[in-house]
Design a protein around this ligand. Sequence first.
Ligand code: PEP
Length: 255
Amino acid sequence: MENKMKKKLIAGNWKLNPTTKTEAIKLAENIKNNTKNFNFEVALCVPSIYLDTINEIIKDSPIKLGAQNCYFEEKGAFTGEISAQMLKDLNCKYVILGHSERRSLFAETDEIINHKIKIAMKNTLIPILCVGESEEQRNKNITDSIIEAQLTADLKDISIDGNNLVIAYEPIWAIGTGKTCSSEEADRVCGLIRNKIAQLYSKDIASKITIQYGGSVKSSTIKEQMKMENIDGALVGGASLIAEEFNLLLQNANN
Ligand code: PEP
């Protein structure tokens, strides 16, 4: 499929880290000082409590701000939740939705994720929608049908144009385990995702949409991954928490 129009994105997912604001500032400053105008976009998806602080650090740099979750209601009596509008107000461009940790640890269903994507898009946030199979599903050879079913359910009644959504293929067995999916297999599944988007929407939209790979991406793996036809960047967990490693990863991705 046509490769020219796709935008590439490498996003760091800090998850529930680092443990203090001081450390978060140090990490963001170090990454900012090493980030140039690469041939892909860089985003930092940080804990909500650090968004405002990190925004101040990166606002005059090429780095974009992202959140890791949002609630599907706009406002009201939902103690502890954070709305898409609040994220937009803090200058977020992206919000990760449907991460496997949210699906498994916080019981988020495809229906909930679908509602969250809708409210995020209504507030002009770009969801980074994560899809991926478990080790058990892979062993049963049902990876492809699992991914297709997630996409169909998560994107139900959602209109996309190729620029208002990013998809991250994240095989659950490769997240935080050090087990990287081979570049060939990651590319194959990202290609499957692209074909499903062509089927659900159009070939034109499928050719524009950014599809990342995520799962133990490191500075030593990124170069090969970025060369694959259907991989348009990475969602990076652990390696985005060590400034030197993430900076090297970005440099290697740019070469
Ligand atoms: C993630 O957080 O989405 C992720 C892929 O983590 P890691 O890079 O640590 O596997």
